[in-house]
Design a protein around this ligand. Structure first.
Ligand code: THU
Length: 162
């Protein structure tokens, strides 16, 4: 018999009215970033806002290209920019929003793609502090307390050991 390992993740579901003041500010920033996204091919406009431990908010949005794989997701645009601007500053929270092809913010929470999860996870490992991930939808908001919960059995073999 194989040894079975079970992974349990905690997913909180809340309403917009339950966000605290700083999360509301983050939400407004992420939505504004979605409005500035460059997504003429998918018409899916993703906007992200990061709250850094120095109190700064960094935003990002998806940047597409006619050579499709050359584009980049909103989450990685923001995470890489934050690392380039404040290399030693931890990221506390990431808020993810998106306007759908109909121009409305999505009713369901926006769940990040696998590559963005991988980058979030490395950020978390580097800073030794969990990132709170808030996935926004107009009907429901999903909150996860760590990138590890979004990517079990992740690749981290080459991550530098201290
Ligand atoms: N996209 C993001 O920005 N973040 C994700 O986590 C998933 C997808 C973008 C990539 C592309 O510009 C568009 O959404 C459609 O996939």
């Amino acid at each position: 018999m194989p040894n079975i390992i079970e992974h349990t993740i905690r997913v909180a579901q809340i309403k917009e009215s339950e966000l605290d003041e700083s999360e509301r500010l983050l939400l407004r920033s992420a939505k504004e970033a979605a409005d500035r996204s460059y997504a003429p091919y998918s018409n899916f406009h993703v906007g992200v806002a990061l709250l850094l431990s120095n109190g700064e908010i960094i935003t990002g949005n998806n940047q597409e290209n006619c050579a499709y794989p050359s584009g980049l997701c909103a989450e990685r645009t923001a995470l890489f920019y934050a690392k380039s601007k404040y290399p030693d500053c931890a990221i506390d929270t990431i808020m993810i929003t998106a306007r759908d092809t109909n121009g409305q913010f999505t009713p369901a929470p926006v769940s990040p793609c696998g590559s963005c999860r991988q980058v979030m996870l490395e950020t978390e490992m580097r800073q030794s502090k969990n990132i709170k991930i808030i996935m926004y939808g107009t009907d429901c908001i999903t909150i996860i307390q760590s990138a590890k919960d979004l990517l079990p059995l992740s690749f981290n073999n080459l991550f530098p050991q201290k």
